[in-house]
Design a protein around this ligand. Structure first.
Ligand SMILES: NC(=O)c1ccc[n+]([C@@H]2O[C@H](COP(=O)([O-])OP(=O)(O)OC[C@H]3O[C@@H](n4cnc5c(N)ncnc54)[C@H](O)[C@@H]3O)[C@@H](O)[C@H]2O)c1
Length: 464
């Protein structure tokens, strides 16, 4: 099938390489010249396990271009995968989606049928709005449009994006036209029937059941995406709330999570207490859902509470450090992990950013390490490194690629991202170099006994 994908970010690029691997004829459009330059050189602009090798494998079959006019007219199916960032009031900004829909409608050929699919995460009713945008462009062009609109929300998890694309739990399609549903069923046929030869890096999981393609109306499909993310976010916030109480009453949240997770109705996933969620989805999508609710005059106290508990985790870790050190002013803190989760270079809404900002504001000096995300974090935190006076720069924030430089003369270490790499650190070597060997394990990665045996004063989340 001839496909045009608008947007080559985490979602668009993952979708492009997977669909090309499944032998679809893929063209991808982006406005970001930097990204396009990299893609033309066969380099992935994002860090995602397996994406570079798969891109190399299918590169000669995908066209990357800045212009919708180059690729949309000949396409049968167009996927919109552009960003929907939060506005100041938390609502999702759909201007890029609407702009992409407009640009598509401007170049559609009058005598052809197209299926236009919104993959971006969008507020309920956006598919309807996209249909109106397309209809209005067609009317300006004096044409009768022949475009079916569908919602096909994306559920990918960064760090596991390709695995999830080849072996999804489900595919959700919201459409009012049978034609759009049939087109999407043809698009996903190799995945729905698992008829493709798995790439060597992504073997088919044993006992993987064929994924269902659920079809529904567009509004419900859009709501499914927000409800799924909000549910996962509140599951994490729930265990973090329990973790805080565990600290008060000397219970161990890892034991509590194990005990409740064994209940099949609850399940053990997303019950790891820690510093809470970040990234480009949960913070933005929970806020956007509250925005949708507010427009209807409806309150969602559970979603509000999930957000409150989540962002409190970032403050609590700074309080813990303060309590352990007496003051943060003049202290040196080493940060293990800047990405919002392991296996990604994405630092959007990462807990590390808020924690670093709070430490610097409290007078601490911060040295930070991450296996992949230093460049993105440096950009995101660049405001903290700007000159404080005309001739002086604020040098209380630095980054190191050598994790064993981090503890040198430090007063405390804080583990923020649970990269596998950190599981294998030589704790004794780290502790030895520190002024005071305090370790705040923000993801409960280490066993308290081992960390203490290595010489650390160990402080986890919800355990003692
Ligand atoms: N990242 C995730 O884990 C994830 C998971 C599920 C859903 N989503 C949703 O998918 C959407 C995309 O997310 P992302 O993380 O891939 O975003 P991203 O910011 O990484 O990528 C978006 C891309 O779209 C491009 N773009 C914007 N307007 C354009 C236009 N008019 N024409 C061509 N290109 C344009 C941008 O240059 C950018 O490269 C968002 O709605 C997001 O909420 C993201």
């Amino acid at each position: 099938m001839k496909i045009a994908i608008i947007g080559t970010g985490y979602v668009g690029l993952t979708t492009a390489v997977v669909l090309a691997y499944l032998n679809h004829d893929v063209a991808a459009v982006d406005k970001d010249e930097g990204k396009l330059n990299l893609l033309h050189e066969g380099k992935s602009p994002i860090h995602e396990p397996g994406i570079q090798s798969l891109l190399t494998e299918v590169q000669h079959t995908i066209r990357f271009t800045p212009s919708v006019a180059d690729v949309v007219p000949e396409a049968e199916l167009i996927l919109i995968a552009v960003g929907t960032p939060p506005k100041k009031n938390g609502e999702a900004d759909t201007q890029h989606v609407e702009q992409a829909a407009k640009e598509v409608a401007q170049v559609c050929l009058p005598d052809r049928h197209y299926t236009l699919v919104v993959k971006s995460t969008v507020p309920i009713g956006t598919n309807q709005r996209v249909a109106e945008v397309v209809a209005s462009v067609f009317s300006e062009r004096g044409l009768r449009g022949n475009v079916s609109i569908a919602s096909n929300p994306e559920f990918l998890q960064e760090g596991l994006a390709l695995q999830g694309a080849f072996y999804p739990d489900r595919i959700v399609v919201g459409a009012n036209s049978d034609e759009a549903i049939d087109t999407l069923r043809r698009l996903y046929k190799p995945i729905l029937e698992q008829t493709f030869d798995p790439p060597s890096e992504f073997p088919r999981p044993s006992a993987y059941p064929l994924p269902p393609m659920m079809t529904t109306d567009p509004n419900s499909a859009e709501m499914i995406k927000y409800a799924a993310n909000t549910f996962l976010a509140l599951k994490i916030s729930f265990i973090n709330e329990i973790a805080g109480l565990c600290e008060e009453v000397e219970a161990d949240v890892t034991e509590v999570a194990r005990g409740i997770g064994l209940d099949a109705r609850i399940g053990s996933r997303f019950l790891q207490a820690g510093l809470g969620w970040g990234g480009s989805c949960y913070p933005k999508d929970t806020a956007a859902l509250l925005g949708v609710a507010a427009q209807s005059g409806y309150r969602m106290p559970i979603t509000e509470a999930a957000r409150t508990v989540n962002f409190r985790q970032r403050e609590r870790v700074v309080e813990k450090l303060h309590n352990a050190l007496g003051t943060l002013n003049g202290k040196t803190v080493g940060i293990l992990g800047l990405a919002f989760k392991p296996n990604t270079d994405d630092v959007r809404e990462a807990p590390a950013l808020d924690i670093v900002r709070a430490l610097i504001a409290a007078g601490a000096t911060v040295r930070a390490h991450d296996p992949i995300a230093i460049a993105n974090a440096r950009r995101a935190l660049s405001g903290l490194q700007t000159p404080t006076t005309e001739n002086q720069t604020n040098n209380r924030l630095s980054f190191t690629e050598d994790v064993y430089e981090l503890p040198y003369d430090a007063d405390a270490l804080v583990l923020i991202t649970e990269w596998d790499f950190y599981h294998r650190l030589e704790l004794r070597r780290l502790a030895k170099q520190m002024k005071t060997p305090i370790l705040i394990d923000g993801r409960n990665v280490y066993s308290p006994e081992e960390a203490r045996a290595a010489g650390f004063h160990y402080i986890g989340i919800g355990r003692f």
